[in-house]
Design a protein around this ligand. Structure first.
Ligand SMILES: Cc1cc2nc3c(=O)[nH]c(=O)nc-3n(C[C@H](O)[C@H](O)[C@H](O)COP(=O)(O)OP(=O)(O)OC[C@H]3O[C@@H](n4cnc5c(N)ncnc54)[C@H](O)[C@@H]3O)c2cc1C
Length: 413
């Protein structure tokens, strides 16, 4: 019996999802080639986890993902849990470690090692990589035309061109237009996992300050999401993982014309009553000293003049023997619930991920194949699914890449 023809599979986009898709398709026996717009594949991968690559999370539960159709990502994640990412990389020779909060990193803490291993595997599988090859048109199942008019032919195509976050890495959103050319609808996109813009006269004096705190997003006065961890004060925004985690809801609220704000608890480990007693004691025992002195050692000293001024203290003169109870309680309220007006988020250049993308109603979650154009598959951030900060987005890239690659080769398992 003649052996069945191998499928000729084109993978468009050499990010995490495309690299995984090309490996999976080649392992499953397809004749695969990879087309990448920039001079090198995996540029964004090198930036991940601050160069350490937070490649998955020990608990990739669907509640850590967002998008219009939760049933879609639930199906994908059920068939591709974190263990499958770990076993894939273990097989490539990568040892990993799981941190206390569940984030998984390479033991060597190097994103570049992850990329080296993926590239080595592609080379072992004889998958050609055509760099500096930007696909502009997909027609007739499937003629692919490049920006410089070169042409490629394939009988299956995996579209893994990413979203719009950090466009200098190559993912500038134009790949979404290719999906539209093939008849797909797009859910409107916006940047997520991004610093939050705030308005405050004090930001300039706090620029560069970092502190561990609890932070709460309130909408029309009601708390809607709470996060903890280190935040950084910048000239017109607050950044750090807690802000990244809140950023999606911030944009959703602003889009719905609601008024989000932040409340920061600068001393989450001390309750308000204990803090009030501590402050009263400090002012009582140091009446000759300026009030700043009483706060020294309690919190980051760059906050002290700002907090005292906001709470109505005169910072130059001595505290005096009687700092009123009401003044102390305003100071406590401020330290435990400092309110910040939100004006928006930063943009694509600072974002780690894209909300929105190809509408997943039009994609089969078991194969990643288009329900509109047979032979067209999707993988990664191009889809209308985004994860929290913590390894969830790379996990999505691996999971969808592996699923699309296997299915495009024609061997679903
Ligand atoms: C700074 C930063 C840090 C991050 N850290 C983490 C982390 O630690 N853990 C985590 O889980 N997630 C992290 N993320 C998110 C994660 O990196 C992405 O979700 C993931 O890389 C998306 O992979 P992708 O393959 O779908 O898209 P991309 O990695 O964006 O790759 C898309 C590729 O397609 C190419 N391309 C685009 N258009 C075309 C075209 N027309 N023709 C040919 N090629 C094209 C692009 O050049 C690019 O190489 C981080 C993101 C950023 C920006």
């Amino acid at each position: 019996m003649p052996s069945p023809e191998k499928h000729r599979v084109a993978v468009i986009g050499g990010g995490a999802a495309g690299l995984m898709a090309a490996i999976a398709a080649a392992r499953a026996g397809a004749d695969v080639f990879l087309l990448e717009k920039t001079p090198r594949v995996g540029r964004k991968l090198l930036l991940t986890g601050n160069g350490r690559c937070n490649l998955t999370h020990s608990d990739c539960s669907p509640r850590r993902y967002h998008g219009r159709r939760p049933e879609f990502f639930r199906t994908v994640l059920t068939s591709f849990p974190a263990e499958r990412t770990l076993s894939f990389f273990k097989e490539l020779g990568l040892l990993t470690k799981t941190e206390e909060d569940g984030r998984v990193f390479p033991l060597c803490d190097q994103a570049s090692t992850v990329l080296d291993l993926l590239r080595d595997e592609l080379s072992r599988l004889n998958v050609p990589i055509h760099a500096e090859t930007e696909i502009r048109n997909i027609r007739n199942r499937f003629d692919l035309t490049c920006a410089d008019n070169r042409r490629f032919k394939a009988d299956r195509v995996i579209l893994s061109t990413g979203g719009l976050a950090h466009p200098e890495t190559g993912s500038d959103g134009k790949g979404l237009l290719l999906a539209e050319q093939c008849g797909h609808h797009l859910v409107p996109v916006f940047p997520v996992l991004v610093p939050v813009r705030v308005r405050s006269p004090f930001l300039k004096s706090l620029k560069g300050t970092r502190t561990d705190c609890d932070i709460e997003l309130t909408v029309d006065g009601k708390p809607v999401q709470r996060e903890s961890g280190e935040i950084i004060f910048n000239s017109d925004n607050l950044s750090g993982i807690p802000l990244f985690q809140l950023s999606r809801k911030v944009t959703e609220c602003l889009q719905a014309h609601r008024r989000p704000s932040l409340r920061i608890d600068l001393l989450p480990g001390i309750n308000a009553k204990v803090l009030a007693e501590e402050l009263e004691g400090r002012f009582r025992t140091r009446p000759q000293e300026p009030p700043e002195r009483a706060l020294l050692g309690l919190l980051n000293k760059r906050f002290i003049p700002v907090l005292l001024k906001t709470a109505g203290f005169k910072t130059e003169s001595p505290s005096g023997s009687t700092v009123s109870r009401s003044r102390v309680s305003s100071l406590v309220e401020l330290i435990k619930g400092w309110s910040w007006e939100i004006t928006g988020t930063l943009g694509w250049a600072e974002a780690q991920a894209t909300a929105g993308g190809v509408d997943t109603l039009e994609v089969d979650p078991l194969t990643m194949e288009s329900r509109l154009t047979p032979g067209l598959f999707f993988a990664g951030e191009i889809l209308d699914v985004d994860g929290d900060c913590g390894g969830f987005n790379l996990h999505w890239a691996w999971a969808t890449g592996a699923t699309a690659g296997r299915a495009a080769a024609g061997t679903e398992d």
